[in-house]
Design a protein around this ligand. Sequence first.
Ligand code: NAG
Ligand code: NAG
Ligand code: NAG
Ligand code: NAG
Length: 454
Amino acid sequence: MMKGGNLRRFMGRPYSLTLVAFMFTTIFLWSWEKNPLVTTSLLREDQFVLPSPGSLNTKEHTSEDHLHSEVAEETRNFKTEQGFDTALTNITAAFSLERKDNGKMWNSSFEKKVCNYAKGRWVADRRRPLYSGFGCKQWLSDMWACRLTQRTDFSYEGYRWQPENCQMPDFRGSDFLKRMRDKTIALVGDSLGRQQFQSLLCMVTGGEERPEVEDVGWKYGLVKPHGAIRPDGWAFRFPHTNTTILYYWSASLCGIEPINANDPGTDFAMHLDRPPDFLKRFLHQFDVLVLNTGHHWNRGKVKANRWVMYVNGKPLEDRKLAVIWNAKNLTVYSIIKWVDSQMSLHPRLKAFFRTISPRHFFNGDWNTGGSCDSTTPLAGGSEVTQDKSSDPVVEGAIKGTKVKILDITAISQLRDEGHISRYSIKSSSGVQDCLHWCLPGIPDTWNELLCAQL
Ligand SMILES: *[C@@H]1O[C@H](CO)[C@@H](O)[C@H](O)[C@H]1NC(C)=O
Ligand SMILES: *[C@@H]1O[C@H](CO)[C@@H](O)[C@H](O)[C@H]1NC(C)=O
Ligand SMILES: *[C@@H]1O[C@H](CO)[C@@H](O)[C@H](O)[C@H]1NC(C)=O
Ligand SMILES: *[C@@H]1O[C@H](CO)[C@@H](O)[C@H](O)[C@H]1NC(C)=O
């Protein structure tokens, strides 16, 4: 809602009029250049969003759905990567200049309001979920489709994330595919990455059957080896837009190789400082890359996988690095540094590192009776107010690189009711899954945040 007080204060000062004129001119000229038709509606009074010291996009805070979607529609029409953001930057710069003359009016906090997608709040939204949990049979694993289990409460499906100072366009599958024409989107990581992959396919299709979509896994060597339960990943091509969405399973994001290829019972060298071969081989074909790792960095999983940690091509001797968290830290820094080094060779690539997905085991861990059976959404609050990420390793590692952070940790931390919990298709073993999420659900929001940042 337009804040009347702000507006009057705004209009009351002569120099502010210059400012208003400047802003209108900037947006008008710029958007006219983009699309003369959009401009007309943009300048309708109820459409125009006057930045107030309190908020850059006050309109986004309205709870009226129709209004929201209109604004989002406009946003979609005129937001281009440099376009809208640059215009805003210029306006902000102009405000800062004005502020020098009158520090009291334009508080310095205003210019600090940079867009941080991870800061904001969950809001109830009747237009969620974006696909039905009874549908999307083509891609959604039964074990993650909570609608197919004995679970009876689905209130967790009805929320969307509203960042505080960022435009959050509504997701539309067809628009997304058009934007991704002739592009390949690759998600590489652990099973949480696979959840995000399934979520994206369901979002793009609205959960509808798409017989024309081609399985192109073979192009990436993603075929089921003899005797294996499943391939190391999947790739699907949407023929109308020539868009490929793929997932590759790499739980550690390390280069893994058998220590003795002739021994069926061999251990595997886990090269902490080498990217997975799959990435070395196919990175040049990707336009969007989303990496993640996290939940396999514990002694149990390393041992079960028969991984032996290596650095510089040699088994690890450094005692400090042998501590698993330091090893993980080294790998996250290494892979990000490597991707960054490749980005100048592949300028069209946009790379993201998704921060860790939080677990919510209460009263025990996964193997000691831990549970997550709350069905009350947002019992712990609906807002993230911190500026920093709750995943300092990823936040530190992307600094100074061209790799972007897809920061979902604190956001997802608020959603303990959205896990698989005790439910499964088959009768429950008593062990709860407070790590993976129900789909549709929280990973859909990760994809919305990804799309907003593309
Ligand atoms: C923003 O300002 C810069 C100069 O400061 C100018 O080159 C650029 O064209 C402006 N962009 C827009 C969208 O007004
Ligand atoms: C401006 O913002 C700062 C915090 O950034 C606050 O301490 C100060 O009181 C504000 N001043 C005015 C005039 O609003
Ligand atoms: C599909 O897109 C790829 C790039 O991702 C391009 O190399 C290829 O030629 C395209 N195919 C068609 C049929 O347009
Ligand atoms: C992780 O590694 C980086 C680079 O080697 C180092 O600067 C940082 O302090 C490490 N962080 C932790 C938590 O060990």
